[in-house]
Design a protein around this ligand. Structure first.
Ligand code: GCU
Length: 615
């Protein structure tokens, strides 16, 4: 009795801006049948009263809800301790299903929700997810084909003990974490139409033995059957205009099957920062009756990445000499919920600077990677295994969680030629204990198994007090965060920048078969003043020029990235080594919050434009 009363109330509820999503996507590559769930969304903070909370999934009214759009960071611009430590926030979206055949099934795809998501559709729970920066999908089982659908998402950005990355306030009152903890649906949401079969994963794997050799592209496609009964599927496709031939396979009900094809390219046009040539790959998925149920599109490149006998990264058989800057998805106005325009702007800055490589502490938005593919900017792609205490790696579940992130990242980004390194973490223990060693070993094997075309690396603090760690010889690349002459380091051992050169020589002799990349070097700058005073523009310029001079003298250094392209928000009380800080902002950027280029910009731009990308 109560339920039908409720159903009547909900059904008759005024459809607030219940639009019909249009076909489309922020980034171009991927499956057909994507509809952007943009337009009007509503949001509201959590309510203390559980009763009220209960009704959030159902209540027709808008009391307490305010209009918004997604992507959204609900605490953008709010830099309180509470905002950083995490809150619960609710999002709601009314929509009508796009017109489609009755055979269609529907999936909701979230590109990134920070941190814990709980999702309801028409009052029914359809699933949960933990972790940001990587996508998750939920079957829209309770979707209505007619009338209004109501999607409600509860977003909890508070962290728990074994979360990756960890975030808390220590007993000392200091805050853990490396960038602002933005709560929200930080990247776009899609409705995906699926009919019988679905491309679960697609990888166009380029194989190139030598620079002038013919290339072979092996296409791996995993197909899922969303129906309960098994059926045969067929795939056809093209790569660079050449036909791809796949053998047909039966896909078990609710199961998956793997398909493969290959094609040979006699004179491949190789992808590199100088000529970021992209090939178009298309796949068509059909039933045994010939009905096309899905298409898939990629723009990918042919290139090879290896470590030479001398421990140097080689792209298409040539030693690289990359220069760049890392970046965070952060803006004063929208927090981490960047718009495509903001992503284009960031890549625009990198191009203007003459950068050939970039990095972040977490997987970038796919659109940023597409732009990097198009503009020839390599990517050190990292999962947010950030400054985690050794005891956490002793926990198998924590290691598995990190490995799951790595697998999800590889599955999502394997077709981007710009992605050169899968980085498995940043600044975890410099002397890895048993747990961390296990993780590094497993992660390195995972990369080898899933993607033999790329390098595996880790970013670690550049401390001369740390002797050779055998476990790092199981990696391809060692990323060094170099703050000689900025931070003191253990027992002041990195206070003197003149020690940098000797330290790098020692590293190279410790790891002759691993490539070295300076994953970070930088100095805060927020005012003009003496070149000897930390925090001044003059100090930053001199610091960067000096470090770049040292790197230029080290043929074994394959690349170097300034920390950071732009100023960004870290955490309450952040000082970052600057005697006159402006918390929570990390001001090691070359570009400040208002888009102003600091004096160091021009000096770096000149150096970058006359460096590399090859030796
Ligand atoms: C570290 C860390 C960054 C941080 C930087 C800094 O190396 O990886 O996330 O912002 O140092 O201190 O500015």
């Amino acid at each position: 009795m109560l339920l039908c009363a409720l159903a009547t109330v909900v059904a008759s509820a005024p459809a607030h801006a219940a639009d019909r999503p249009q076909p489309g996507s922020v980034y171009r590559d991927g499956p057909s049948g994507r509809y952007l769930l943009g337009g009007t969304w509503y949001q509201r903070p959590d309510a203390a009263d559980t009763g009220i909370r209960e009704r959030f999934q159902r209540s027709p009214g808008l009391a307490g809800w305010t209009r918004t759009s997604v992507p959204s960071a609900s605490n953008a611009g709010v830099f309180t301790n509470e905002s950083y430590l995490g809150t619960v926030h609710w999002y709601r979206k009314d929509f009508r299903l796009p017109r489609a055949s009755r055979l269609s099934k529907w999936v909701l795809r979230f590109e990134s929700v920070n941190y814990r998501a709980r999702v309801w559709l028409n009052g029914k729970p359809i699933g949960t997810h933990v972790g940001a920066y990587l996508p998750f999908e939920l079957r829209a089982k309770s979707v209505r084909r007619r009338g209004v659908n109501r999607l409600v998402v509860r977003v909890d950005s508070r962290r728990q003990k074994f979360d990756i990355p960890p975030l808390s306030q220590r007993a000392s009152g200091a805050f853990e974490g490396g960038w602002w903890n933005y709560n929200g649906i930080l990247r776009e949401v899609y409705l995906r139409r699926v009919d019988q079969f679905d491309f679960a994963q697609v990888f166009f794997e380029p194989r190139l033995r030598c620079r002038t050799c013919a290339a072979t592209v092996v296409v791996h496609a995993q197909v899922a059957n969303v129906n309960s009964s098994g059926a045969s599927a067929r795939i056809s496709g093209t790569f660079g205009g050449r036909a791809l031939r796949f053998r047909g396979h039966r896909v078990p009900g609710r199961g998956t099957a793997r398909f493969r094809a290959r094609t040979r390219i006699r004179n491949p046009r190789l992808w590199s920062p100088e000529r970021p040539t992209l090939y178009r790959g298309t796949l068509r998925l059909r039933t045994s009756g010939g009905r096309t149920v899905q298409r898939y599109r990629v723009h990918t490149g042919i290139r090879s990445l290896r470590i030479s006998r001398l421990g140097r990264i080689q792209l298409n058989g040539r030693d690289v000499n990359l220069r760049g800057a890392s970046m965070h998805e952060d803006s004063l106005s929208r927090g981490a919920a960047l718009t495509p325009t903001q992503m284009r702007q960031n890549i625009g800055y990198l191009r203007e600077l003459g950068a050939t490589i970039t990095r972040s502490h977490y997987p970038f938005h796919p659109y940023t990677l597409e732009l990097a593919d198009r503009h020839g900017i390599l990517v050190w792609s990292e999962i947010p295994v950030f400054r985690m205490a050794s005891r956490l790696f002793a926990n198998g579940e924590v290691r598995n969680k990190a490995l799951r992130m790595l697998r999800t990242e590889i599955a999502r980004d394997a077709n981007h030629p710009s992605v050169a390194v899968w980085s498995i973490g940043n600044e975890n223990a410099s002397r890895p204990g048993t747990g961390l060693r296990k993780y590094i070993r497993k992660a390195s094997r995972t990369v080898e198994d899933l993607d033999p075309t790329r390098l595996v690396g880790i970013a670690t603090s550049g401390f001369p007090t740390v002797q050779k760690q055998r476990i790092y010889t199981e990696l391809d690349v060692l990323g060094i965060n170099d703050y000689f002459g900025w931070y003191r380091g253990p027992r002041g051992t990195i206070s003197d920048r003149n020690l940098l050169s000797g330290y790098l020589n020692r590293l190279h002799s410790d790891y002759p078969n691993q490539a070295l990349v300076i994953t970070e070097f930088g100095a805060e700058a927020n005012r003009s003043g003496p070149v000897t005073e930390k925090g001044t523009y003059e100090f930053q310029t001199d610091f960067l020029r000096y470090h770049l001079g040292v790197f230029a003298s080290k043929p074994f250094v394959s690349g170097a990235l300034i920390w950071n392209l732009r100023d960004f928000r870290v955490k309450p009380g952040w000082a970052g080594g600057n005697p006159q800080p402006n918390p929570p902002v990390n001001q090691k950027g070359l570009v400040d919050d208002r888009g102003g280029k600091k004096p160091a910009w021009e000096v770096v731009r000149k150096i970058y434009r006359s460096t590399g990308p090859f030796r």
